[in-house]
Design a binder for this molecule. Structure first.
Ligand SMILES: Nc1ncnc2c1ncn2[C@@H]1O[C@H](COP(=O)(O)OP(=O)(O)OP(=O)(O)O)[C@@H](O)[C@H]1O
Ligand SMILES: [Mg+2]
Length: 345
């Protein structure tokens, strides 16, 4: 069946055909006439019919409108979710001085499940079994990775493994996660209006979520002071939750958590103490060339000097999985013994 791309994304204008292309994850515009497209390898520049800065601005405004948000001189920044799930970020001049900057992140209509992640090479060897056991045994998991590494995608597939009898509460900035699960409640933050009032932030939503009888509490992305509420929730008997965190490696996660905690007025020791209890495992994703893969599983523990450190349990090392010092205890908790060190294609 032929798909009429324009009809599917009437808001996307000349960017519609780029978004419709298989394998495209990001479409970026910051000058008239061109879009940069990420379809796996390096970004490629393509010509698009956006003749001048006004046309780029008009498109940004139209897309924000399609996402139910306003974008104008009074509110020159927007982070929104478009009708097909695409995530829109846009900035207008003068914040982007020469031309509006549009960043689109495509989101699949159907969440990738664990089999898809195995097929795409993101999850290899014993990892599938490890991740399934993490979900089944209700470990609290922190997914780490750099920008665009696949954190949200991995998180959605983990949520798809949650038993269908459980109630999942997802708290997010822009409503990206759509796991294949029958019982999901999503809460999306609201920014302040022009007068500066009416904001309902992630911290409030995490607290509210606790009154909504969650079996699983999920914070789409931990990026600010809401880390305090997340640590508190995960420390007070709510097991089996998930969060993602921008970090270049699990080893960087403690410092990131401490930095975010300081935004909420928490001191380093408090964050370290709470995080060590809150998170049972860290699962790290990386983008390597045009591939995205899980490269590390770690636990968070307190070192002899009481500082928080990531201890490796499984490491993808030159084409094979090897175990680290934390594997034994993690493996026992997961109830699995695995053969690692086998070369995995
Ligand atoms: N295993 C995969 N196979 C195919 N595409 C993937 C895979 N993992 C991620 N992607 C695609 O890569 C893009 C980035 O993934 P995702 O949004 O999950 O990354 P992220 O780490 O959450 O990014 P951000 O830092 O912006 O939140 C998405 O368009 C997603 O569909
Ligand atoms: Mg994400």
């Amino acid at each position: 069946m032929e798909v009429n791309e324009e009809a599917e994304r009437p808001w996307a204008g000349p960017l519609g055909p780029l978004l419709a292309r298989p394998g495209v994850t990001d479409v970026l515009v910051q000058e008239p006439g061109y879009a940069w497209v990420d379809s796996g390898g390096a970004l490629a520049r393509e010509t698009v019919d956006l003749p001048d800065a006004d046309a780029v601005r008009a498109l940004a405004v139209r897309m924000a409108g399609a996402g139910g948000r306003r974008l104008d001189d009074a509110a020159p920044l927007v982070d929104a979710r478009l009708p097909d799930g695409t995530r829109l970020h846009a900035v207008l001049p003068p914040l982007a001085p020469d031309c509006a900057a549009i960043s689109l992140r495509s989101v699949r209509a159907r969440a990738l499940d664990m089999e898809d992640l195995v097929a795409s090479g993101m999850v290899t060897g014993p990892l599938g079994q490890v991740l399934r056991a993490m979900v089944a045994r209700r470990l609290s998991v922190l997914v780490t990775g750099a920008t665009g590494s696949g954190k949200t995608t991995l998180l959605a597939s983990l949520l798809s493994l949650v038993d269908s009898g459980e109630r999942i509460l997802i708290i997010e900035e822009a409503g990206e996660l759509s796991p294949a699960h029958p019982h999901v409640v999503r809460l999306v933050e609201r920014r302040a209006n022009i007068e500066g009032s009416g904001a309902v932030g992630l911290s409030t939503l995490v607290r509210e979520a606790m009154r909504m009888r969650p079996d699983r509490v999920v914070l789409g992305e931990c990026r600010g002071a809401e880390v305090r509420e997340v640590l508190s929730v995960f420390n007070t008997g709510h097991r089996g939750g998930f969060a993602t965190l921008h970090a270049n490696s699990p080893a960087d996660a403690p410092a990131r958590l401490v930095a975010l905690g300081s935004l909420a007025g928490l001191d380093q020791r408090t964050v370290e103490l709470q995080a060590a209890i809150a998170f049972d495992a860290v699962v790290h994703v990386e983008r390597i060339g045009d591939a995205r893969r899980v490269t590390r599983v770690a636990t968070l523990a307190r070192a002899a000097d009481a500082s928080l450190t990531a201890v490796d349990a499984l490491v993808w090392d030159r084409g094979r999985w090897v175990t680290g010092p934390a594997w034994e205890s993690l493996g026992v908790r997961l109830g699995i013994e695995i053969e690692v060190g086998l070369r995995v294609a």
